[in-house]
Design a binder for this molecule. Sequence first.
Ligand code: AMP
Length: 590
Amino acid sequence: MTFSDLGLRSQVVKAVTDMGFEQPTPIQEKAIPHLLKSESDFVGLAQTGTGKTAAFGLPLVHRITSSQRNPKGLVICPTRELCLQIANDLKDFSKHEKSVTIEAVYGGADIRRQMTAIKNGVAVIVATPGRLVDLINRRAINLSEVECVVLDEADEMLNMGFKEDLDHILSATPDTKSTWLFSATMPKEVAQIAKNYMSNPLEVSIGTKNQGNENIEHIYFAVKERDRYDALKRLIDFNPKIFGLVFCRTRRETQQVAEKLGKDGYSAEALHGDLSQAQRDRVMNMFRNRSIQLLVATDVAARGIDVDDITHVINYNLPDEVENYTHRSGRTARAGRKGESLVLINTREKYKIAQIEKKISQKFVFAEIPSPEAICSVQLESMIQKVKDTPVNEEEIEKFIPGILEDFESLSKEEVIKKFVSAEFNRFLDYYKKAGDLNARLSDKDTGAPTKERKQRNRREDTDPNKTRFFVSLGEKDGLNPGGLLRVICDATGLRSNTIGRIDIMPAFSFFDADKSDVDTILKKVSGAEFEGKQMNIEVTEAKKPSSRGRGRGNNRGGDSRGFGGRSNNRGGGGNRSSRSRSSSSRSRR
Ligand code: AMP
């Protein structure tokens, strides 16, 4: 299948060929023929990295052939970064259609300049919701002639609280338009938008709904809370060529981790909502052009970051919302590449892994924090590779060689090698010499929810060794209570309520104990049962003993060596000035 087979005009096909795209990706193959039709509402469930920008961008520039006074195409996306990225892609797609003009409008930039551009006539507007509402309210934009509206990363826009803005924008567009919605996940709120604003959309899903990208390997590590930062450094040290995102839960934590990494000699910067737009731009540019290796970010600030080649996403702390894990991990393994999403948990957070596994329909691998020896050997290997790969400038070094050889005359070849390696490596060996094992042991009870929460919840009785514990996919927020859960179990199985033991109702899920002899009946009959219209899934939660296999991974070995376990060797571009500087002058909504 080629791009011209999809029905695109020759100028558009030429543009994608110029970009080096040879074949359409699966979402492009499915979406483009449908989106070329005039009546074409569409819902695309696809992760970032699947080629979805071209899936909507190519038909958009195909359908809009000239710029008139008012925009014909409108793309709405959650962040400024994504907005610029999409506008650039659309410009590339339409480069052989000089008359099609594209303008990105987003917050934090001069609104008057954007108003002037719109006034001069723009064919396609790519906008963030807040700024677009501002322009509508100022009557600076007329959306009454819009033919296609694209809602990109709809789930992220709703997560960011743009629901009202989206309603406002969509109500300013004509009923006759086509609406194309793209989302990585399909929570209720997104389904509601599809229902409210679309008629019979074609729904295309790449992978199964809510499923994560299979090129991402999800790995978790268990540490004591106090070792979290040291464990982070080990994960970085174990992957010398890492180009990654480190996610923290709050702005404060983000700032602190970035500052500590900077002080410890890692090439890291912070990205969070307290930075001004200029600071954000600076950090993002450094990350894009790889002057820094690590970006430490909050969920909101990292939304829409569209940087290819991210090798690792490290969850320094898991997000409060399980949904956000999908957004985080989706930043790696883009466009068919492989990537790893690493998660640090403490001994009370194991249940969060189960929650995420359910959400992403993928299993996590448990791994141990690499030992000092493993890290030293990876780093050494990386350093040696770097030396081997270093080009020799024969001409320039020629004149120094006689003197150098003379200086080393008394040493054997082996001694010289040892000294050169030690000069670079001693600091690192010293740091790890005193470092112990950072792995925390997870016990069976760690698979449950936090003890504090357990205490507060409705408890029937303590855990009984003759009972098996079950996980239930519904919780308090689904209206479930102990009585309701008992009713479902007993109705479905015919069991008497006194055979059911302790019940813990948590906000998003629940647990109950039942006799070991009833496990099969419960799994068979209760799984899939309904509670107030919602399907209930049941699983046995018995903790599996963590495997003790070491990580032994090193897909990014060789090349750069950084950080060196925390000794300050001050490598990597840019220092850590911006990770220290804070500003409350940000006008962005993040
Ligand atoms: P997206 O999911 O739109 O963010 O795209 C992810 C990456 O895949 C971007 O770097 C695109 O340039 C690239 N890409 C999109 N479509 C194709 C294609 N058909 N062939 C090769 N690369 C593509």
